[in-house]
Design a protein around this ligand. Structure first.
Ligand code: TYM
Length: 334
């Protein structure tokens, strides 16, 4: 078993990232036994598809590294690194560009969502982004990839690329990875619009809970979160067609380790005026210790850089044999 996953270091870690992915990363790390290792990385080579200045990028990587450690990733047990420091990712992505088909990439919904109507003006990087993601995963022969629902299609593409490469070159080189997607919190929605996912790129900060939000900001965002005028239903079946209510109750259930049905039973017939303070409280209780650790870690750039240096060396060593084998399978080595 080899666990691997990545996150783009753009903006803050938010509640969607945390509940959709990072909590699972930490859980899987903590369940690892023996010499088995998890690989977690900052996808800074992916984030070049979003324009940022040099200083901002440097800050973003340290911010995200601190956020992951604060959330429970232990750099002594897991390999924590940033992608740009392990050139094997870019190299394998180029090799896989020979295998991936334009038709496959044309079907990627995330690309379509991101470019909207301006397809001609989109960067090539954004289009081939899922090939780099496949390289990230296949380099380490990852078997389990904990991600939110929105990454499912990219994982399927990684499997297709792996299978085609193996069959085209007659090798058993790449392992087909399985996505690990949480049942309840695979898709956390915006606090302003129950039909849009919570995201770093939403221009409204009120749409998301950031890991760095203080207690007051969290309570305020929950208070202002969009809801509907109906009271909470008796069972989760009554949440159909009520996306905002469904989202908030799902978050409460996930954070308090219960089910949406149990939350509905607890608050049945009450309005959101009664439910929201309870939700705010579990959010504050969950995020406060993470935020405090984050703020401490963020005071020491050198320590964060040392963690990433060590991680990059370990990752490069683990990636090298697969990269060499891919070159060899393609007849690029003598
Ligand atoms: P990214 O940076 O957009 O998000 C990181 C992780 O957070 C999950 N996520 C969510 N889960 C639930 N609800 C939400 N609203 C929500 N928003 C984000 C994502 O599903 C993801 O698991 N392409 C990837 C990064 C990547 C990667 C990889 C992941 C690059 N290479 C290899 C796995 C394996 C991305 O942009 O994630």
């Amino acid at each position: 078993m080899r666990v691997l996953s990545g996150i783009q270091p753009t903006g803050n870690l938010h509640l969607g990232n945390y509940l959709g992915a990072i909590r699972n990363w930490v859980r899987m790390q903590d369940e690892m036994t023996g010499d088995a290792q998890c690989f977690f990385f900052l996808a800074d080579m992916h984030s070049i598809t979003v324009h940022e200045g040099r200083e901002q990028r440097i800050r973003n990587v340290r911010d995200m590294a601190a956020a992951l450690v604060a959330a429970g990733i232990d750099p002594d047990r897991s390999v924590l690194f940033n992608q740009a420091r392990v050139p094997a990712h870019a190299e394998l992505a180029w090799l896989l560009n020979g295998t991936a088909r334009i038709g496959w990439l044309n079907r990627m919904t995330q690309f379509k969502d991101k470019v909207g109507k301006d397809r001609e003006g989109a960067s090539i990087g954004l289009f081939v982004y899922p090939v780099l993601q496949a390289a990230d995963i296949l380099l380490y022969n990852a078997t389990h990839v904990p991600v939110g629902e929105d990454q499912k299609q990219h994982l399927e593409l990684a499997r297709d690329i792996a299978a085609k490469f193996n069959s085209d070159f007659g090798v058993e080189l790449f392992t087909l990875p399985d996505p690990i997607i949480p049942k309840e919190s695979a898709r956390i929605m915006s606090f302003r619009d129950g039909s849009a996912k919570m995201s770093k790129s939403d221009p409204s900060d009120m749409s998301r809970i950031n890991l760095t939000d203080d207690d007051d900001a969290i309570m305020n965002k929950v208070k202002k979160a969009k809801t509907d005028p109906e009271p909470l239903p008796e069972t989760a079946a009554g949440l159909v067609g009520r996306p905002e209510a469904h989202n908030l109750i799902g978050i409460y259930a996930t954070l308090s380790g219960t089910t949406p049905d149990a939350v509905c039973a607890e608050f049945a017939g009450k309005g959101f005026g009664a439910f929201k303070p309870a939700l705010g409280e579990v959010l504050v209780d969950t995020l406060r210790p993470i935020r405090q650790r984050f703020l401490e870690l963020r005071t020491d750039d050198a320590a964060l850089d040392a963690i990433l240096d060590k991680g990059a060396a370990k990752a490069a060593a683990a990636a090298e044999p697969t990269l060499r084998a891919a070159y060899d399978a393609m007849g690029l080595m003598r």
